[in-house]
Each structure stands twice: as C-alpha cells, then as structure tokens.
Design a protein around this ligand. Structure first.
Ligand code: LFR
Length: 489
C-alpha cells in the first residue's frame, strides 16, 4: 500500500505535542514535530487554561508537520484530556479562558447535584464515575453562581473539539469526549434530557454529537493561509485522549486490561456494551464511549499527578530533582513504609503535596517522612496496590480473568512503577508504546479514510511498529500480604 500521512495533535495536562504519523507497509512511524508545556494559569483567583497560547502552539505544530510530510497529509486529528470546555458567544468567539478541572469551583457540587437528581439515577443515565471535576459539576457550579458567561453562551465545546473548531470552523461534540462529561445518556448517545432538566442546565448550548471517524471539514481559508499549508481536513478521532490511547494499545485476543499511565492512571478493559449496575456503581467504574462502538470500562486513579506535585513542591523549596533521580531514590528506599489512598480528594488540587501526604499518613496512624525517595516510593506502591484492587474489581464485574496488563503512555518511563504493577497484580505486564495516544489518533484517521478496516488491524500495526517491554511479577506474596492489610483498612 502507498504511504499516507496524518497529523496528530495531542494535548495533556502537562504538555502538548504535534506528531506527524506516516503509515507505510503495515507500519506506523511517528515523528514529533512540535512539543510545548501546558499547565494551569491563575486568572482572578481561579485556575484556567491559556487557550490562546495552546491554539497558537497547535497551529505552529500543524504548519511544521505539513512542511515535514512527504505529500499532503490526509487529515488532522485533535485529542486532549476530558471534561473541560470553552464557551462560545454568538459572535463565534471564546467568552473567557476555559477553566481547569482542578479549579475549586466544583467543591461541594456533587452533593448539590444529588439533591436535584439521585446519585444512582445520574449513574444509571450516564454510567460515568463520580468525580467532582466532571463537566456536569462544572456547568452546575456556573449555573448556581449565575455565571454571566454561561448566560451569554451560544455553544459549549469540549477542549479538543474547541481546538478543532478554531481550525476548521465547525462546531461538533465528539462522542468519546461527550461521554466523559457525565451529561450524555449512555443508552441513546445523546445529551441526557433528564439530567439537563432536573439540574436546570441549558441543553441548547450543547453541540451535536458525532462519532469518531467523522470527517468534519477542511482548515478554514484563513487558518490555511496563515499557517501556510493546504486545506487539510480535520477528522474527529477519539477526541478524549484516553479513547485514543486505548485504540493505541497493542492488545491481542480477549483477556487483557490496559493502564493508560500519565498524570492520571486510567485502568480498564474494552467491552462491547456498557455495564451499568449496582456492582459497577459500588466499585465506582466509569463506562466511557470508545472508538468503533466500544465501551471503555475503567477507573480513574489519581496517577503520577501525586509525584508531579511532589516534584514541583521540592522544586519550589530549591531542590530540583528529575523524575529519573526521584525514581532512583525511590528504588533504594524502604519497601512498604506506608500506604495512602491515592484517590483521596485532598490530593486533587495543586499545592504542597508532600505535606498533604504526610497529613494523610498521620491521620491513618502511620509514620510520616521527609525523605524524598521514601515519599515517592510509598506513592508508587500505593498506586500499584490500587491497580491490583481495580483489576480484581474488573474481573469480578466482567467475570473474565485478566492475563496481561498493557501499560501505555508517558508513565511507562517510570520502570519502577511498571515493575510494581506486575508485582502487585501478579500479572504479566507489557509496557508500550509511550505514544499510544498519538498512535490511536493517527490510526483512527486511517480508519476514517478507509486505509484500515478497524480496531484489530490498527492494533496489529501498533504491535509491528513499536518496541514493547515485558515485566514479570516478582515477590507477589509480599505484595499480597501488604494488600491484605491495605484492603482491611
Ligand atoms: C487523561 C484524562 C482522563 C480524564 C482526565 C481529566 O488525560 O483525559 O481520562 O479523566 O484526563 O479530564
């Protein structure tokens, strides 16, 4: 088959990148043409995203990718983290800088929502894990604060689709990203009338939901001219980064789970139909829409955010250690010094994470530590134990034992965590690719343009294109011992 190239724009909470993906002879080659930092900015005491800068970096990246490509790229796909959105006025412009999901405006909002519609009913409707950062509670917070911005809103557009909108001028709400808002009715794939009515939210501002693989439209004349590239079509991929990451998992056969490891740890399985029942409700599983009519049954785990925030705090205190250095110290620290519940809401907002972790240790009757390696180690061990608990819950819900855990994303660079994941779960771990999300983004475009038949063929390409690393479980009895104490607490 001929060579085909695609541009993947992939933004995470810590960094964004634009990749040129080239497919030839059953292999995918990814070239990073542009990378830039990302993070919250403080505006009037609130946490926001610097959207104008992000859009300008994305445009720069697309220009570079188009110049680098051998022929004209066949598509541009954009994916980002979930739940955040921009508000567009009737003049077609952004009303204000979009809020960051870690902003405190959603504190207490879940309880406010449950007073208007029961928690169980919201779950039955959406199948989504309860997190205060979900779009649902963000919009409710705006309504309850009589937000002038919300009152002026013509359309609400989720982050990835917002970037696409400013590239091609089309308003759309890609399905995987729509699903993670907790405002979509899982049974119909439409905005949930019940939720919007009961919570008094304006359903008319929501964009039309389209499926991944939809060719949305070419770059606008202005954008193409300013960037200096042809009018390449924007293609809706799995706009939710986790949906693209799951497509980029090199799994084969039935019995594997994935862990998309980055700022968050997203752990789950791909299933054909949502499982929304008392068990998944109790366990707190989410059913997010996946590409090609799949469902991502998974759990959001706080992830490497805890380490990122420790690192930033130590940096503020004048000790600038790299992730490599911190992990190295952790590998030499005492095993099983302490355990925290990584998902405790105290850890959600940015701030002095080491102090918060010590507070949590003290409150649970455990010794505290000022040793950096020790702190990182206990965080990684706590994450690994959470992975075990999550895998057991998945096996319980689906009735299918898991053989292999595929870990993808930037987090695989933390080899200690990969090994801990194998040790704690007792499963074989296969790590890679790092760029699963960008791969999934490109592969979805290839499916959309008819170059690939579907998911199986896409994953075969991932297996052929990247080096994968295996971790075998060691010391699992010691971890089991620790796990039993962990689950009793
Ligand atoms: C990962 C991710 C998760 C989502 C979190 C917040 O980047 O998209 O799936 O729960 O960010 O949006």
């Amino acid at each position: 088959s001929e060579t085909a190239s695609y541009i993947a724009v992939d933004l995470g909470a810590e960094s964004g990148r634009v990749m040129l993906g080239t497919m030839a002879a059953g292999e995918l080659h990814l070239e990073e043409v542009h990378r830039f930092g990302n993070g919250p900015v403080e505006i009037e005491g609130s946490l926001r995203w610097d959207f104008d800068r992000l859009l300008s970096e994305v445009r720069t990246g697309i220009g570079l990718a188009a110049k680098t490509a051998a022929g004209t790229p066949l598509g541009i796909g954009v994916d980002t983290w979930g739940v955040d959105f921009g508000l567009i006025g009737d003049d077609g412009r952004l009303i204000e800088a979009p809020y960051h999901y870690r902003d405190s405006r959603t504190n207490g909002m879940m309880e406010k929502a449950f007073a208007l519609m029961s928690k169980r009913d919201i779950y039955q409707n959406t199948g989504i894990q309860f997190m205060q950062l979900n779009s649902l509670y963000q919009v409710l917070a705006m309504r309850l604060a009589d937000s002038a911005a919300l009152a002026r809103t013509g359309k609400l557009i989720f982050m990835a689709d917002l970037l696409s909108y400013f590239l091609c001028g089309q308003v759309f709400g890609e399905y995987t990203l729509a699903s993670t808002s907790q405002m979509m009715d899982m049974a119909t794939g439409r905005w949930s009338k019940a939720i919007f009515e009961k919570l008094g939210l304006p359903i008319e501002i929501m964009p039309e939901i389209v499926m991944p693989g939809t060719v949305v439209g070419p770059l606008t004349d202005d954008v193409a001219r300013e960037i200096g590239c042809p009018k390449i079509p924007v293609i809706a991929v799995g706009s939710h980064d986790t949906a693209s990451a799951v497509l980029g998992v090199p799994g084969t056969g039935g019995n594997w789970a994935y862990l998309s490891s980055g700022t968050w740890s997203l752990m789950g399985v791909e299933i054909p139909k949502a499982i929304i029942d008392d068990k998944t409700f109790e366990y707190g599983f989410t059913n997010e829409g996946g590409v090609q009519n799949t469902i991502r049954l998974l759990k959001n785990i706080m992830g490497l955010w805890l380490v990122q925030e420790c690192k930033r705090q130590w940096q503020r205190e004048g000790q600038d250690l790299s992730y490599g250095e911190l992990t190295d110290l952790a590998s030499k620290a005492e095993p099983f010094f302490g355990i925290i519940d990584c998902d405790c809401s105290d850890f959600l907002a940015p701030g002095d994470m080491p102090t918060r972790i010590n507070k949590h240790l003290a409150q649970t009757g455990q010794p505290t530590t000022d040793d950096k390696g020790q702190m990182v180690r206990l965080v990684l061990e706590s994450l690994a134990l959470k992975y075990r608990r999550t895998l057991e819950a998945i096996e319980d819900v689906t009735g299918d034992p898991i053989d292999v855990l595929h870990i993808v994303g930037g987090g695989i660079q933390n080899e200690l965590l990969c090994q801990f994941a194998a040790d704690a779960t007792g499963k074989r771990v296969v790590a890679g690719p790092i760029e699963a999300t960008a791969s999934g983004n490109v592969l979805m475009q290839a499916i959309a343009t008819g170059r690939l038949k579907g998911i199986d063929e896409a994953r075969e390409i991932v297996r052929h294109s990247f080096d994968l690393k295996e971790y075998r479980p060691q010391d699992t009895p010691a971890w089991t011992h620790r796990y039993e104490r962990f689950t009793k607490r």
